[in-house]
Ligand binder design. Structure first.
Ligand SMILES: [Zn+2]
Length: 189
């Protein structure tokens, strides 16, 4: 039997799944590549594989209507993220060099369908990265831009928001995630 809350949640997952999960492209927690630090080696030159990966990240972030996407979420090991908040752009080799003003953030993640997690983030950050034209950038961000960048840079450091969640929330996260995975699997047999 489902409680109303569970039923609604399942329906939301079912409604979204056709659009979101009709390809086997997004890696779900706890896939090994999500737990792997892919920040090194840094990318030092652009080749066809990198160009194709950038293109795929840009397309998928739009298709999935996501705030951001990291390369390891689609099974690739290059340190590249796509940010799709107010700031939109590719970040290659991104490193957060400064952070301040801790805040609480409620987040979702394509690798955790059906799950919402409250984590501590910083409202103000400085990021060093290469843009799509391979120019070295040092840039300040705040608010949602900062939070999304922190979430995506975490991904390429092998850190999911599960790791940052409270001990109380962790079992709930796994329960909801497993339920959503069952719905997705059932509908794509
Ligand atoms: Zn994520």
């Amino acid at each position: 039997m489902q409680t109303n809350e569970e039923k609604i949640e399942t329906e939301v997952v079912e409604e979204k799944k056709v659009k979101l999960y009709n390809k086997d492209s997004i890696k779900f927690f706890p896939a090994g590549i999500l737990l792997k630090d892919i920040s090194k080696p840094e990318i030092t030159e652009v080749d066809n594989h990198i160009l194709q990966l950038i293109d795929t990240l840009k397309t998928m972030v739009i298709d999935f209507n996501a705030f951001g996407l990291a390369a390891n979420q689609i099974g690739e090991e290059e340190p590249i993220v796509m940010i799709n908040a107010d700031f939109k752009g590719i970040m290659i080799n991104p490193v957060i060099t400064q952070q301040s003003n801790e805040i609480k953030s409620i987040e979702r993640c394509l690798s955790f369908p059906g799950v919402e997690v409250t984590v501590k983030r910083f409202n103000n950050i400085t990021v060093q990265y290469l843009n799509e034209d391979f120019e070295e950038i040092v840039q300040d961000f705040d608010g949602t831009n900062a939070i999304v960048i922190e979430h995506e840079v975490d991904h390429i450091n092998g850190i999911t928001f599960y790791k940052r969640a409270s001990a109380v929330d962790k079992p709930k996260i796994l329960r909801k995630l497993n339920k959503a995975k069952r719905v997705i699997n059932r509908n794509f047999k």
